[in-house]
Design a protein around this ligand. Structure first.
Ligand code: PHE
Length: 429
């Protein structure tokens, strides 16, 4: 079909959109804890290594698929490998984000609720399931789908271009406050003290899994967003910008959260517990001496979480919307409504059972995502015409020609072996 496709307006817009997808709950509630528990500065080094040696080439592989075809994930695979097994990569890439957004938006909903609670500093007990979470989930999902309905340029690009800079300013402000709290030193040590004895094979697998999740790999997002990137844009440059932004945000979030947690004398935790149980205690503690400051910090913090989650959820929604618009000839507004309804219905299972919530999270982030990544690297490394891959990554031989060899080697050999190992480990463990 011949719909006119939109494009991101500039490199900055591409990076903001990609970084918006990358920066999210993963950076806020998993990364800081993992760093502390798995070797501090030593873990950060491993994480950076994983990000550049594996996640980055995988990111570029998806970018090649997306920009080469200028099509949604399913359309892209239909163009590159029509009628073959590889089209299943397209379908998987559309299904996975639907599953993820169904529970991701629930967390977005909790964050909206906690944002409002910040003003009274009355958080009460954490109730992750039930009618109230359903209400806030509905609000969060509707806002995200609403933004996507405005389109690639007027919706996604605009929202990310405003949100991402704000997010960085807020997290830096919160960090400055946090590292100056009494007793913050212990939290800083928790994050930086290198402990190389903690670096085992498992740690490595965790670091890599976290890096994939954080970079939003293996679920059609980079394929879809890259399909809106201009032909003459340098994919490597936008990729580096995205990796750096996501890494920086993770580290800033760590220094915003952990010093405050230690200052309050609380044991750090991971996952929902960190943000919705541990941190409210921190804010309550602060509120005993200075309620106004505690309210401001808490409100800014939960506002940041809402925004970070929303820039990610719109990327998840866009994958399905792009598919419906291009392959099924459905108007963008209606496509957003459809994705909203499906995600909302799928989410009902998680919003009423924290057990299901945990299972859906684990299944999609360990299994579906890793499988998606595996298919991507096998496809680009072994099946796609190498000349085409080179042409796309080097813009017809004008840029990045020197690094192409290294990129291709990583995608063809190193990535599949590593990802397969992790995939099997996840299955067995
Ligand atoms: N990258 C996001 C994060 O770190 C999560 C995410 C996963 C977003 C998958 C989109 C897709 O929170």
């Amino acid at each position: 079909m011949t719909t006119k496709r939109e494009h991101f307006g500039s490199r900055a817009a591409v990076i903001m959109a990609m970084a918006g997808s990358a920066i999210g709950l993963g950076n806020i509630w998993r990364f800081p804890y993992m760093v502390g528990e798995y070797g501090g500065a030593a873990f950060i080094l491993v994480f950076i290594l994983c990000s550049f040696v594996l996640s980055f080439p995988i990111f570029l592989s998806e970018a090649v698929i997306g920009r080469r075809t200028h099509a949604n994930a399913i359309g892209a695979m239909n163009k590159l490998a029509p009628g073959s097994f590889w089209t299943s990569l397209g379908y998987l890439s559309v299904i996975t984000p639907m599953v993820i957004v169904s529970y991701y938006s629930i967390v977005g909903g909790w964050s909206i609720e906690y944002f409002f609670k910040s003003f009274s500093l009355n958080f009460g007990e954490f109730r992750p399931t039930g009618w109230v979470p359903l209400l806030f989930n509905t609000i969060f999902l509707a806002c995200s789908a609403g933004i996507v309905a405005f389109g690639v340029k007027d919706g996604i690009e605009k929202f990310n271009k405003i949100s991402i800079p704000i997010l960085f300013v807020l997290i830096v402000l919160i960090m400055l406050y946090s590292v100056n709290m009494p007793g913050a030193q212990k939290g800083i040590e928790y994050l930086v003290k290198p402990d190389f004895s903690k670096l085992t094979g498992r740690t490595f697998a965790f670091a890599l899994g976290q890096s994939f999740y954080s970079m939003s790999l293996g679920m059609g997002i980079v394929i879809t967003y890259s399909s809106y990137v201009h032909k003459d844009e340098n994919l490597v440059a936008s990729g580096v910008g995205t990796v750096l932004a996501a890494l920086l945000f993770s580290v800033l979030a760590g220094f915003a959260i952990m010093p405050a947690v230690f200052s309050a004398g609380i044991a750090p935790s991971s996952g929902p517990g960190l943000v919705y149980q541990t941190l409210p205690h921190v804010f309550l503690g602060m509120g005993e001496t200075s309620p106004l400051i505690a309210t401001i910090v808490a409100a800014l913090f939960f506002f940041s979480v809402v925004v970070a989650a929303m820039t990610s959820s719109i990327s998840l929604i866009e994958v399905g919307v792009a598919y419906l618009v291009e392959e099924k000839n459905i108007k963008r507004g209606l496509a957003c409504l459809l994705v909203f309804v499906v995600a909302w219905l799928l989410g009902l299972a998680s919003v009423f059972s924290i057990n299901v919530f945990g299972k859906v999270d684990a299944f999609s982030s360990n299994f579906l995502l890793t499988f998606g990544v595996l298919l991507v690297v096998l496809f680009v490394g072994w099946k796609m015409d190498k000349k085409e891959v080179r042409e796309e990554l080097t813009n017809g031989g004008t840029v990045n020609t020197k690094i192409f060899g290294a990129f291709f080697f990583l995608v063809r050999y190193v990535a599949p072996i590593t990802v397969l190992t992790i995939f099997v480990t996840n299955l067995v463990l």
